[in-house]
Ligand binder design. Structure first.
Ligand SMILES: Nc1ncnc2c1ncn2[C@@H]1O[C@H](COP(=O)(O)OP(=O)(O)OP(=O)(O)O)[C@@H](O)[C@H]1O
Ligand SMILES: [Mg+2]
Length: 343
């Protein structure tokens, strides 16, 4: 007998958990703060609380993201983080025979895929079964697409460290490509542009704020906001106005790399499916999807219709939720016991 059924989306920047019959029960930053003493490690905060410490912690406290570029880069830290959240969700009680449905990217190695399953099987989840849903499938379901139909769809999930571009038909993946570009890379590009051109070092959170307020896929009317950072020549804290054309210049190359990858996948899409995509257009999901004008730029460069999905940051977890709740979709989740890994 299985107790609760959970869906889990482990992103580079956020961790989300859905509970059957309840809904979204966890939506936090996927980050952990660990205090290191000579012979011990102690978790001092996880999630949003740890995020507040990011960029401010003293040397003995490391604040890190255990998922990087869409894969689990630090299994031990991810384990600690998940266990803290599971404990919180169950108010400290031991978990009873759960089932987990995990969304896993397609274009990664078998070793990387297995790490997602090992993470849950070794956690305090007491999972009787761990099921796997291909991330682009969960994403498409969450975007409201009828993935089991013979209609072909293109879904582009632009997250924090990655963009996953996939073509889907008959409940399966026809082609999928995971590239290391996403919102974090836009933030880094803004940071390095300001450092190179103005000798000003700004923090990660400041760069993200600048992006959210000023980033656009087309040159826009000049808007500016004040930012605070450290001048690398004088070493002193200073204030500077950053404007939208600086932000556009820093990210434009990355945006075109995403577009080149979309074109690469379109060139490799079977013609029958390509004609479906002409009808339905490209579906943009992921937290970075709302970037101003991104849909227009992709539309202009590909000549296709582009749809930005509502609640784009939650399409994967919403899709997992639907797969868990709707019997007609349950075949999209495959038990990890039936998956053969070759590496
Ligand atoms: N309004 C916005 N405009 C542009 N970017 C945004 C906006 N809101 C959030 N973002 C960006 O979305 C990103 C987070 O997206 P998401 O939650 O899909 O990532 P993730 O699933 O954790 O990462 P990944 O899929 O790469 O592993 C962050 O880089 C954040 O700055
Ligand atoms: Mg994601």
């Amino acid at each position: 007998m299985v107790g609760n059924i959970y869906g889990i989306d482990l992103g580079t920047s956020t961790i989300k958990i859905y509970q059957k019959g309840v809904g979204l029960v966890l939506d936090e930053k996927n980050i952990i703060a660990i205090e290191k003493t000579q012979d011990k490690k102690r978790v001092i905060a996880v999630g949003n609380e740890a995020f507040e410490m990011h960029g401010k912690a003293p040397a003995n406290i490391s604040v890190t993201y255990p998922v990087r570029n869409g894969v689990i880069a630090d299994l031990a830290d991810m384990q600690e983080l998940l266990n803290v959240f599971l404990k919180k969700m169950n108010e400290g009680k031991r978990m009873f025979a759960s089932e987990f449905v995990v969304a896993i990217p397609c274009d990664i190695t078998d070793v990387e895929k297995r790490a997602f399953i090992d993470l849950i099987s070794m956690s305090s989840a007491n999972a009787k079964d761990i099921k796997v849903v291909k991330k682009p499938i969960a994403d498409a379901v969450g975007a409201g697409l009828d993935v089991k139909s013979a209609n072909g769809y293109m879904v582009v999930n632009i997250g924090a460290d990655t963009t996953e571009i996939s073509v889907i038909s008959l409940g399966g993946i026809v082609i999928s490509n995971l590239i290391p570009i996403g919102g974090n890379k836009f933030d880094e590009a803004i940071k390095s542009y300001i450092r190179k051109n103005y000798n000003l070092l700004i923090g990660d959170k400041t760069a993200e704020d600048v992006k959210k307020q000023l980033a656009s896929a087309f040159p826009t009317d000049e808007q500016s906001i004040p930012v605070y950072g450290r001048n690398l020549v004088s070493g002193l804290p200073v204030k500077m106005d950053v404007n939208s054309s600086m932000v556009f210049d820093s990210i434009v190359e990355l945006l075109y790399s995403v577009i080149d990858s979309i074109k690469y996948i379109l060139e490799r899409t079977p013609p029958e499916i390509a004609s479906d995509i002409i009808d339905t257009g490209i579906h943009i999901t992921g937290g970075s999807a709302p970037l101003l004008g991104l849909d227009k730029l992709i539309g202009k460069e590909t000549g296709l219709k582009v749809n930005v999905c509502d609640d784009s940051a939650n399409t994967i977890i919403n899709g997992l939720g639907r797969i868990i709740e709707d019997k007609n979709l349950s075949s999209l989740a495959v038990s990890s016991k039936n998956i053969i890994f070759y590496e």
